[in-house]
Design a protein around this ligand. Structure first.
Ligand code: C2E
Ligand code: CA
Ligand code: CA
Length: 577
């Protein structure tokens, strides 16, 4: 797999050759001197041997013998030198290889990849070609690592590396630039971007194939972002000219995040508006970090009701961000970002602490449900942290319900099991949220000691019109009955849905029919008097009544203003609503 990685690590050895020449020069000079002295003393030696002369000059003879010694010594030194050079060269090459490649895959590392891409872009320009840079990020790799250990994670990365390498043409550059991020770059003919589309599609396909690592079958997918060195639309704030590797990588990264947001397991080319999106995203990240310490995240509460009696049984806490920049922001926007930037635990703990304080004001029979992110479930200290919050607020654990979404169970089953066990030991209740949208099997449901299942609102809202939804909700209600698990239906928006649900036996419910989620200071009206035992229909009537009273008060206020302006006496409105 080092085909592309190793190609860049070769050394040219020019410096080594200079040393060779010096050593070789000394030996050559000695040989030349040997020939010269040999030529000078040769005839004298021959004459002396024939008894016709006095023999060679002693000085020259000594010089000749010395030369032989120098040649023998020089040659062996030359060989030694060559060996030393070869060894040093190998050591240097090895060090450079280590410095420029990723030890796990043998691919280029981030730094050498940048250099190689810059060279590739320059060469491609000369040949009137473009360079594409693809950023490949494995989806959910962290979960694989957490659930199966780092060794398995490493093996999976190597396998993905082989698959990536297998999809690319010769001469492509491959790099592992981060934990589960690969980047590749290659030249292409500018009007044949369709070829790159095909390669990207084959990468998505190849990585998406189930992999068997250490006898475990693992499924990962990849999100890929592509950026090209030519024809780039101008992006505000960036200088013109061809982008260097850093800009290419940033843009591929932006396109990769776009692919992730579009549901992962796909590839996307960079487009200028995505950069704007990214800017917004980084603004969100900073805003969230600052907002947590500034206390901008507040709990809202949604009523939970016994559908048969209409009795209020408790509230589900739903987080809202009261942002000075964006206004009231829904959790679907900020929770995933907070999870990604590692801020979810702090955010959630602060919210829970506030909610526990709020819930102290309520009737002691009312429960408080809170949603927990899968990221928090992976924290081995989560149960302890929760207990600490309960102790600090002197809140009885029996009134607290933790909601875990079904999609969490898929990969975290062992962790979820031990977490549920420790929560239950403390007396806290645990519900399975969004039931019906995930993959939990009946066996899994039975093996995990949940206290309640919550039917996802996607089935409940359309219950009256959609037969399939009605059948699913009915089946879940029966399932709950069979397993002895109480059921809550969420997303009840109409009286029609409510009367359907009432046929399915004793279940709890929540939804806009009972009012939209509200902040703590607006719950008083719900908590006082009738509301605890009110029926949904009554609540609805009360809501209508309240709106009428508000409208009449507004009318009175305007009338008074008009009269004050005209200086006429006050004419009271009729008292009927
Ligand atoms: P969820 O737990 O399924 O919460 C119910 C969501 O459905 C809430 O949206 C609620 O406002 C909305 N909803 C309730 N009744 C109705 C209805 O009748 N019709 C419709 N169309 N929608 C209804 P919200 O508040 O935007 O929360 C969205 C999701 O964000 C929640 O889904 C929950 O998974 C997550 N979430 C909320 N707060 C937190 C939190 O503090 N921590 C974590 N980790 N997740 C949270
Ligand atoms: Ca929930
Ligand atoms: Ca839900």
């Amino acid at each position: 797999m080092s085909r592309t990685g190793a190609a860049r690590v070769e050394t040219d050895g020019d410096g080594d050759r200079q040393v060779d020449i010096v050593a070789l020069g000394i030996v050559t000079a000695a040989i030349l001197l040997f020939i010269a002295t040999g030529a000078a003393i040769g005839p004298a030696v021959v004459k002396s041997l024939a008894g016709r002369g006095p023999g060679p000059d002693r000085f020259l003879l000594n010089a000749f013998l010395l030369n032989i010694a120098i040649i023998i010594f020089g040659w062996s030194r030359y060989r030694q030198l060559c060996d030393e050079i070869r060894q040093r060269k190998r050591a240097e090459q090895h060090a450079r290889h280590l410095a420029e490649t990723d030890p796990l895959t043998g691919f280029l590392n981030r730094r050498s990849f940048h250099r190689a891409v810059d060279e590739l872009v320059l060469g491609a320009e000369r040949r009137e070609r473009a360079v594409v840079l693809a950023m490949i990020d494995l989806d959910n790799f962290k979960q694989v690592n957490d659930c199966n250990g780092h060794k398995t994670g490493d093996r999976l990365l190597q396998e993905c590396g082989r698959r990536i390498s297998g999809c690319l043409p010769d001469g492509a550059l491959i790099s592992r630039i981060g934990g589960d991020e690969f980047a590749v770059a290659m030249e292409f003919v500018p009007h044949r971007a369709d070829r790159i589309d095909r390669i990207a599609a084959s990468l998505v396909e190849a990585i998406g194939q189930s992999a068997s690592v250490n006898a475990i079958n693992i499924d990962v997918t990849a999100s890929i972002g592509l950026s090209r060195s030519d024809l780039l639309p101008p992006v505000p704030g960036e200088e013109g000219g061809n982008p260097d590797s850093r800009v290419l990588l940033d843009r591929a990264d932006i396109a990769m995040y776009h692919a992730k947001r579009q549901g992962r397991n796909s590839f996307h080319w960079f487009e200028a508006p995505m950069a704007e999106e990214m800017r917004l995203r980084s603004e969100l990240e900073t805003g969230i970090r600052q907002g947590i310490s500034a206390g901008e995240f507040v709990p809202f509460y949604e009523r939970q009701v016994d559908l048969q009696t209409g009795e209020l049984t408790g509230f589900e806490m739903l987080a809202r961000w009261n942002s000075p920049r964006f206004g009231i922001v829904a959790p679907d926007i900020f929770i995933p970002v907070a999870e990604e930037i590692g801020a979810i635990a702090e955010l959630s703990e602060r919210l829970i602490a506030r909610a526990l304080q709020d819930a102290q004001e309520w009737d002691a029979r009312l429960t408080l449900s809170v949603n927990i992110s899968p990221v928090q479930l992976r924290d081995p200290w989560f149960a302890q942290k929760l207990l600490k919050l309960l102790l600090e607020a002197s809140f009885p654990p029996q009134r607290l319900e933790i909601e875990i979404t079904e999609s969490c169970l898929h990969q975290n089953i062992a962790q979820v099991r031990s977490l549920i066990a420790s929560l239950k030991n403390q007396g806290i209740k645990v519900s399975l949220d969004d039931f019906g949208t995930g993959f939990s099997s009946l066996a899994m449901l039975r093996s995990l000691p949940f206290d309640r299942i919550k039917i996802d609102r996607s089935f409940v809202s359309g219950l009256a019109e959609n037969k399939d939804s009605a059948a699913i909700v009915h089946a879940i209600a029966l399932l709950g009955k069979g397993l002895g698990l109480p059921v809550t239906a969420e997303g009840i928006e109409s009286g029609e849905v409510l009367s359907h649900l009432r046929q399915y036996g004793p279940i709890k419910g929540q939804g806009y029919l009972y009012g939209r989620p509200r902040p703590a200071d607006q719950l008083a009206e719900w908590l006082e008097g009738v509301e605890i035992v009110a029926d949904a229909e009554t609540i609805n009537d009360l809501d209508i009544l309240r709106r009428r009273i508000e409208a009449r008060q507004e009318q009175e206020r305007r009338q008074e203003e008009r009269e004050a302006a005209a200086g006429t006496p006050h004419d009271p409105l009729p008292r009927s609503a």
